[in-house]
Design a protein around this ligand. Structure first.
Ligand SMILES: *Cc1c(COP(=O)(O)O)cnc(C)c1O
Length: 418
C-alpha cells in the first residue's frame, strides 16, 4: 500500500490531485509522498525496536535534501558513497554519527572530510583503502572506525548490473581474505575494526541469498572473536526488492524475523542500508502526451518525459507500471497497445512498451515506483533541463527542487574567442 490512489477515477498523491500538481508545476515532474517514505522506514524500524540497530538509508536511491531531512527526523542514518552525499546529509540536518561510508573508490579528500565530521563507520572495500585511511587518520590524530565489506560470493539472482556480491564483481574483499585483512587493520594504529558488512545486490525478491550472506558473516565474526577481534556491529547492506509489476518481495518484517533469529544471544548492533525499498514506491514520474503516432502497425505515445529524466527502462530494460492520471473516458482518445517513448534521439528512449492504454494528446501518464534511482540518475542529454521534484504531505504541496532552466544548463560553459 502506498499513498498514490485513485479517487473518482483521478490519481491522487496523498490528499492532492496529481493533475493539479501537473498544471501548477508543469510536466514532466517527480512527485513524492512523505507519508509513504515514513511508512517504509518504519517497516524496518518497527521490526527492530527490541534489538540494537541503525537504519542507514541508502541515499543514492534518492538524495533530495527534503527527503533526507524527513528520514533524518524519523531517526534514520545514511549510507553514503561520496563526499557529496556526506555534505547533503549535513545540509539536511542528518547526524554524521549515523553515517556509514561505502564505495570502492573513496578518495583521500573524501576520507579526510568523513574523519573530520566523525562518521559512524568506514565500510572499507580493499587493503589499499585500509592503508590510505590509516595514513590519513594518523596524520589527523584520529582513529577511524572500520568495517570490512565482505564479498560473500552469493548470487542474488537479480539484474547483472545490480549484482554486487559475486566473485567477479568489483566490490568488497573476498571472504577467503577477510581474516588476514582484519588482522592487518587491527595492527594499524589509525584504525579500529568495529564491524563487518556486505551488500550483495539490489532488487532482491528472495531472502535466501541475504540470509546465506548473513550466515557467512556470522561465521567470520566467530573466527575473528577467536583471534581476539571483537566486532560490535554487522551491516547487511540494502537490496530488498520492491513490486514494480508482479514481483512479491519479502516484507522487511519477514526478512528481519529471520535475521533476528540468527542474531539472538549475540551482542551485535544490526545495521541495514535500504534504499530502493524506502524510496521507490514513494514516488511517481508524471509525463504528458505530446502526440500520438502510428508507424505501420505500431502505436506510439510520444511523451515529454524521456530517458534523461528516468533511465531505468533504457538502462536495465526495467518494467515500470504506467497508468493514466485521469481514467475518465474522453472523446478523441484511441485505445491501443502503445509504446510510450520520449523525444530524445535514441531508439532506446522509452518508458514502456506495448502498454494497453486509452490516450490522446495532452493526456497525463504516471510512471509508478519512480522514487528510487529516478531523478538521481537523470542527465541533461539533448539539453533537457531536469524535471522538478515535488513532495506532498497530506494536502500540502512543496516544490523541493525546481525545474532546471535553459540558462542553468550552460552556466558552467565558456565559448572561445575567434
Ligand atoms: C546501493 C547500495 C545500497 C542500497 O541498495 P538498495 O538496493 O537500493 O536497497 C546499500 N548499500 C550499498 C553499499 C549500496 O551500494
Amino acid at each position: 500500500m502506498d499513498h498514490f490512489q485513485y479517487r473518482d477515477g483521478t490519481l491522487f498523491a496523498e490528499e492532492v490531485s496529481v493533475s493539479n500538481i501537473a498544471s501548477q508545476f508543469g510536466t514532466p515532474c517527480f512527485i513524492y509522498s512523505r507519508a509513504t517514505l515514513i511508512r517504509h522506514l518504519h517497516a524496518y524500524a518497527g521490526s527492530l525496536s527490541d534489538i540494537s540497530h541503525l537504519i542507514c538509508y541508502g541515499m543514492k536511491a534518492n538524495s533530495n535534501l527534503a527527503v533526507l531531512q524527513i528520514l533524518a527526523k524519523e531517526g534514520a542514518g545514511f549510507d553514503i558513497v561520496s563526499v557529496g552525499e556526506l555534505e547533503r546529509v549535513l545540509k539536511a540536518g542528518g547526524d554524521p554519527a549515523k553515517v556509514v561510508f561505502s564505495g570502492v573508490g573513496k578518495q583521500d579528500f573524501e576520507l579526510r572530510r568523513a574523519l573530520e565530521v566523525g562518521i559512524h563507520c568506514f565500510n572499507v572495500e580493499s587493503l589499499a583503502e585500509l592503508y590510505h585511511l590509516n595514513a590519513i587518520a594518523m596524520e589527523t590524530g584520529k582513529v577511524a572506525p572500520v568495517s570490512l565489506r565482505i564479498n560473500p560470493n552469493v548470487d542474488p539472482k537479480t539484474h547483472p548490473y545490480i549484482s554486487t556480491g559475486l566473485k567477479a564483481n568489483k566490490f568488497g574483499i573476498a571472504q577467503e581474505d577477510a581474516i588476514a585483512a582484519y588482522r592487518h587493520s587491527s595492527e594499524l594504529p589509525g584504525l579500529s575494526p568495529v564491524g563487518i558488512d556486505c551488500h550483495i545486490g539490489s532488487q532482491l525478491t528472495d531472502v535466501s541469498p541475504l540470509i546465506e550472506s548473513l550466515d557467512k558473516l556470522l561465521n567470520l565474526i566467530d573466527q575473528l572473536a577467536d583471534i581476539g577481534i571483537q566486532l560490535k556491529h554487522i551491516d547487511l547492506g540494502g537490496g530488498l526488492g520492491v513490486t514494480y509489476d508482479q514481483e512479491t518481495p519479502p516484507h522487511p518484517s519477514e526478512y528481519l524475523a529471520l535475521v533476528k533469529k540468527r542474531l539472538a544471544g549475540r551482542d551485535l548492533t544490526l545495521i541495514l542500508e535500504p534504499g530502493r525499498s524506502i524510496a521507490a514506491n514513494a514516488g511517481i514520474f508524471v509525463t504528458k502526451t505530446i502526440l500520438t503516432k502510428k508507424n505501420q502497425d505500431q502505436h506510439f505515445a510520444i511523451v515529454d518525459g524521456a530517458m534523461n529524466d528516468f533511465i531505468r527502462p533504457s538502462l536495465y530494460g526495467a518494467w515500470q507500471k504506467i497508468i493514466p492520471v485521469d481514467t475518465t473516458e474522453k472523446t478523441g482518445q484511441i485505445e491501443a497497445s502503445f509504446d510510450i517513448v520520449g523525444p530524445v534521439c535514441e531508439s532506446g528512449d522509452f518508458l514502456g512498451k506495448e502498454r494497453r492504454l486509452r490516450l490522446q494528446e495532452g493526456d497525463l501518464l504516471a510512471v509508478r515506483s519512480a522514487g528510487a534511482y529516478g531523478f538521481v540518475m537523470g542527465s541533461n542529454y539533448n539539453t533537457r533541463g531536469r524535471a522538478p521534484e515535488i513532495l506532498v504531505d497530506k494536502d500540502q504541496v512543496h516544490l523541493i527542487r525546481e525545474r532546471e532552466t535553459i540558462d542553468s544548463l550552460w552556466a558552467l560553459e565558456h565559448t572561445v574567442d575567434d
